[in-house]
Ligand binder design. Structure first.
Ligand SMILES: *[C@@H]1O[C@H](CO)[C@@H](O)[C@H](O)[C@H]1NC(C)=O
Ligand SMILES: *[C@@H]1O[C@H](CO)[C@@H](O)[C@H](O)[C@H]1NC(C)=O
Ligand SMILES: *[C@@H]1O[C@H](CO)[C@@H](O)[C@H](O)[C@H]1NC(C)=O
Ligand SMILES: *[C@@H]1O[C@H](CO)[C@@H](O)[C@H](O)[C@H]1NC(C)=O
Ligand SMILES: *[C@@H]1O[C@H](CO)[C@@H](O)[C@H](O)[C@H]1NC(C)=O
Ligand SMILES: *[C@@H]1O[C@H](CO)[C@@H](O)[C@H](O)[C@H]1NC(C)=O
Ligand SMILES: *[C@@H]1O[C@H](CO)[C@@H](O)[C@H](O)[C@H]1NC(C)=O
Ligand SMILES: *[C@@H]1O[C@H](CO)[C@@H](O)[C@H](O)[C@H]1NC(C)=O
Ligand SMILES: *[C@@H]1O[C@H](CO)[C@@H](O)[C@H](O)[C@H]1NC(C)=O
Ligand SMILES: *[C@@H]1O[C@H](CO)[C@@H](O)[C@H](O)[C@H]1NC(C)=O
Length: 478
């Protein structure tokens, strides 16, 4: 161990310093008080690769993560300031880097500081500095520091620098959250970590997240062709959590960027996924709190499958193999896009009002017995619920992909000033035919708006069966 004594002028106080020698790829944990400076040293050249007798310079990866931080006085409202790290790779520059010597590492991300040497280096001297706090703060920072010639010791999974992992939140209900993770990593070494109240300043520090992890939740992992689904159960309603995807390789744990989740306050939204027919559905739907998820999932899926049947018959009468109606689309596209649209409008997405204040244009409150498809009120009895409207793009896709004889239309023009429509239990005149509106007809309303679209149109879709032709008629009513 290298032992150095030095007097450093910092805030007019002299510090006696002990330099700790770090070993390759080994984690070191420490505690540091307000205003202190701690020194580390790493001899990269001394780390011999297997089979190599010669000392050589190496590229090194250095990370520091803060595991805990001092407690602010009660009336303090700002952020807790973070530790800083200073570097020197030359003894001529300094062997005691700190605020007045060396280079400050500026790659800091909420509790995690990282530096890689880029070029090969022989030696690295490191200074860790704690900000100076007033007397009424209590406690130290604790942290982990690690340096390696192999790669990061506190790796972050990322999808934007060539990594292949994409970690997403699909939706929540009052006690569950559903995540998907894509990418090549299909081994059993991926897991989910759910934490409550991680200090905002420490969100990219795995040791801080570990301390805030909750324990009484379960995760059901299902493999899909594209990756994995993680269903987290037993969360508390109307609560906020942070979720992380963790990938383990030996003792090294990589973590994803955090995903903030907020469980819903209402118990009449239920998270469903894994439907046999509407296989793209992975979100909360309106339902009665006391019904089982299996029964809710099956009833929605069966209903969508039934609604799809007239379309199936109609497209089967079109000679898809020999009739080209578009240079870029064929019947397979029509089938897929229609199915996707039908599933999105017949299986509405349920949300909590409190959760969507920022998106209020895209939501509407559905009164008890006011669902646009009355089958939902009859079969699922959700009571009053809040609908998150699907994107009108789904409708445009169908128009573009399907043969013109199907006469599929979407709301046109600037319909922004229109009121929402509502379900009418009556008979109306559509496209010259009298059409009975009612639950036995696949009558769906479709409203747009999500992000790009500021329309709030209403569209009713009918299928009319006749003995000659099963023709789909789509009409837009405002
Ligand atoms: C480095 O390894 C040596 C020998 O195994 C050990 O004595 C020392 O404590 C280690 N240092 C750190 C910082 O882990
Ligand atoms: C706080 O950190 C200092 C080093 O800066 C250390 O001497 C002290 O023991 C730590 N206090 C606690 C309670 O860990
Ligand atoms: C903490 O100390 C600072 C300066 O010493 C003072 O301005 C602040 O009011 C104090 N806060 C509390 C809660 O005592
Ligand atoms: C961080 O440091 C690098 C090199 O030392 C420098 O090029 C860059 O501008 C710095 N970035 C910021 C935000 O200070
Ligand atoms: C964990 O998954 C990664 C990515 O697939 C893989 O490279 C690594 O070998 C796995 N580790 C273990 C211990 O299975
Ligand atoms: C669910 O959470 C409760 C406390 O909220 C706990 O008592 C129970 O053990 C948890 N169940 C599971 C399966 O983790
Ligand atoms: C996990 O989810 C799958 C698919 O939804 C289900 O079949 C299985 O029973 C669940 N397992 C547990 C332990 O809940
Ligand atoms: C949900 O939590 C928020 C803030 O924590 C609170 O204002 C609101 O009343 C809660 N809603 C319900 C339905 O409990
Ligand atoms: C439609 O085109 C795709 C390729 O673009 C092809 O795989 C598919 O078989 C075609 N479907 C039909 C019904 O021709
Ligand atoms: C909804 O309709 C059902 C059946 O028609 C009826 O029993 C119930 O009272 C209605 N609920 C409300 C809030 O109107």
């Amino acid at each position: 161990m290298l032992f150095l004594i030095a007097g450093i002028g910092l805030a007019c106080v002299a510090y006696a310093q002990t330099t700790v020698q770090l070993n390759d790829s080994q984690m070191w944990s420490a505690s540091i008080a307000s205003g202190d400076l701690q020194h580390y040293y790493f001899d990269a050249a001394a780390q011999r690769s297997l089979g190599l007798q010669e000392s050589e310079a190496k590229r090194v990866y250095l990370t520091l993560t803060s595991c805990s931080q001092p407690i602010a006085p009660g009336n303090y409202e700002g952020e807790v300031p973070s530790l800083n790290m200073f570097i020197s790779t030359s003894s001529e520059e300094t062997t005691l880097p700190g605020p007045s010597h060396g280079t400050m590492v500026n790659d800091t991300n909420l509790g995690r500081i990282s530096w890689n040497s880029g070029d090969q280096v022989q030696n690295v001297w490191i200074g860790v500095v704690a900000p100076t706090l007033t007397d009424n703060w209590s406690g130290n920072w604790t942290y982990q520091i690690a340096i390696s010639t192999q790669g990061w010791m506190h790796p972050i999974l990322s999808d934007n620098d060539g990594g292949s992992t994409i970690f997403n939140l699909e939706d929540t209900d009052d006690t569950h959250a559903l995540f998907t993770a894509s990418g090549e990593h299909q081994k059993d070494n991926r897991s989910l970590l759910v934490a409550s109240s991680v200090a905002p300043e420490l969100r990219y520090s795995l040791c801080a997240v570990d301390r805030a992890a909750i324990s009484d939740y379960t995760v059901n992992t299902t493999r899909t062709p594209d990756g994995e689904h993680f269903l987290v159960s037993n969360l508390t309603s109307n609560s906020s959590y942070m979720a992380y995807l963790i990938e383990s390789t030996g003792s090294l744990r990589s973590m994803s960027a955090p995903i903030h989740i907020q469980t819903k306050a209402d118990d009449n939204c239920r998270l469903i996924y894994g439907l046999g027919f509407c296989d793209q559905v992975a979100y909360s739907v309106p339902a009665k709190a006391s019904d089982t998820t299996d029964s809710i999932r099956e009833r929605y899926d069966d209903q969508a499958r039934q609604l799809f049947e007239p379309f199936n018959i109609a497209i089967s009468q079109f000679n898809c193999e020999t009739t080209q109606y578009s240079l870029v689309r064929n019947c397979t596209d029509c089938y897929q896009d229609y199915k996707r649209w039908l599933c999105a409008v017949s299986i509405p997405r349920c949300t909590s009002i409190s959760q969507t204040i920022a998106d209020t244009v895209a939501v509407r409150v559905v009164d008890a017995n006011g669902s646009r498809n009355p089958w939902i009120d009859e079969a699922l009895e959700p009571g009053t619920w809040t609908e998150l409207l699907p994107c009108i793009d789904l409708c445009y896709q169908v128009v573009q992909s399907c043969p013109p004889f199907m006469a599929f239309n979407c709301p046109k023009g600037d319909l922004a000033s229109l009121q929402y429509g509502y379900w009418k239990r009556s008979s109306i005149d559509a496209n010259g035919m009298s059409v009975q509106l009612g639950p036995s007809y696949p009558t769906l309303s479709y409203s747009s708006f999500f992000r790009l679209y500021f329309y709030k149109p209403e569209i009713y879709v009918y299928y009319k069966h006749s003995s000659i032709n099963h023709r789909m008629i789509v009409t837009v009513y405002a």
